[in-house]
Write a protein that binds this ligand. Structure first.
Ligand code: FSX
Length: 363
């Protein structure tokens, strides 16, 4: 259960040194894109903060979000974060099972009413309440019960944020995101299938430090992590700007690390921090491994017309634009960018993925 002592006291009790604590604050500030001047402010705020109770509910999902969190390296930011919170209920990580597990959830809700954090992964079956249950309680009912006393709700993963895989056609359970059920609480979407673990912990750290959710984008995602597209920060971007594209996964262009746009990369329509934070302890990320971005942090990415279909500028248009750009000295990136914005602006505003096929159907 949440402890009365402050985080500073709790960390000292666990033998975390002052130096280790400040290193944690500096790493967290960097992940959250905060200036170094914020480190002492964070340290002071965290010292005084009390470990909040956190209840984590998992509904229709693949457990990838929890896997992502547990695959983070050690000693981790995430380890420290879990010293900073009291994780009172989590199906996969808790030791208790059966009645004892449910009793822990009820105790945490009761003792911390109004102040605990609720994390949800997975979407909600909104059609057949018996489709997915925990301890005989439907997912819908458990979410409503648990959200009632929560200070804020964090929807982790694209399933909880936008419906995700269970929402994909034909959506047999009428899966809906958390935001369609809980409308009277501060709610943040940490999308991605799965999300980057440092983004999950960064959001938790922000809440602990500032006592509120961070600044959000139009889809309720933290701007610090979802404020720029994959395309904007991609290290292959210079090849896109020069009109150099891989045409197959094993051609000369692919071997030279050229842009994966024509192989279906959804980077231009996808907002996430993979290009900067990366995965596997910052080792690599999909595009660095030679595979285009699937757009997994955007709504409807499973139904968006094919992971390997190119986005909205048909190949012929790219060629035309490249010719025009070469002839006039206008950079392809700028010209293609204008074309891309014009053709997809309505969808882009909603951050939806639009493929060539979609455009051809609608024209
Ligand atoms: Fe969904 Fe997460 Fe993808 Fe899986 O909990 S976001 S299917 S990684 O597990 O919810």
């Amino acid at each position: 259960m949440a402890e009365a002592r402050t985080l500073g006291e709790s960390l000292r009790h666990q033998g975390v040194s002052r130096r280790g604590f400040l290193k944690f604050c500096a790493a967290t500030a960097s992940v959250m894109a905060l200036p170094p001047s914020m480190v002492p402010v964070m340290a002071a705020a965290l010292e005084k903060a009390r470990r909040p109770s956190l209840i984590w509910l998992s509904f229709q999902e693949c457990t990838g979000c929890t896997e992502s969190l547990t695959r983070s390296h050690a000693p981790t930011l995430e380890d420290l974060i879990f010293d900073f919170i009291s994780l009172d209920y989590h199906h996969t990580l808790q030791a208790a099972s059966g009645d004892a597990a449910e009793a822990a959830r009820e105790k945490a809700m009761h003792e911390n009413f109004g102040s605990y954090l609720l994390v949800v992964d997975g979407s909600l079956p909104n059609e057949n309440n018996g489709y997915s249950t925990i301890a005989g309680i439907s997912n819908l009912e458990m979410l409503k019960q648990t959200a009632e006393g929560a200070a804020a709700v964090i929807a982790v993963g694209t399933c909880a944020a936008f419906g995700g895989l269970p929402h994909a056609a034909p959506n047999p359970t009428n899966a809906v995101p958390v935001s369609e059920i809980i409308t009277d609480k501060p709610l943040i979407n940490v999308s991605g299938c799965p999300p980057i673990p440092a983004v999950i912990s960064g959001v938790l750290a922000h809440y602990l430090i500032f006592g509120q959710l961070p600044e959000l984008d139009a889809l309720n995602r933290p701007l610090a992590f979802y404020g720029q597209s994959i395309h904007d920060r991609c290290y292959r971007r210079s090849f896109y700007d020069k009109g150099l594209f891989a045409e197959t996964f094993d051609d000369e262009g692919a071997k030279k690390g050229w842009c994966l746009y024509r192989l279906g990369c959804k980077g231009p329509m996808t907002y996430n921090a993979c290009a900067t934070i990366k995965w596997n302890q910052g080792l690599s990320w999909p595009i660095e491994s030679g595979h285009g971005c699937l757009g997994c942090s955007e709504p409807n990415f499973w139904d968006a017309g094919g992971f390997y279909r190119a986005l909205s500028i048909p190949t012929a248009d790219i060629a035309k634009t490249a010719g025009y750009a070469a002839a006039t000295g206008v950079a392809l990136g700028a010209a293609a960018g204008v074309m891309n914005r014009r053709k997809t602006s309505a969808a882009a505003e909603k951050h939806e993925i639009v493929t060539v096929d979609d455009l051809e159907k609608s024209s």
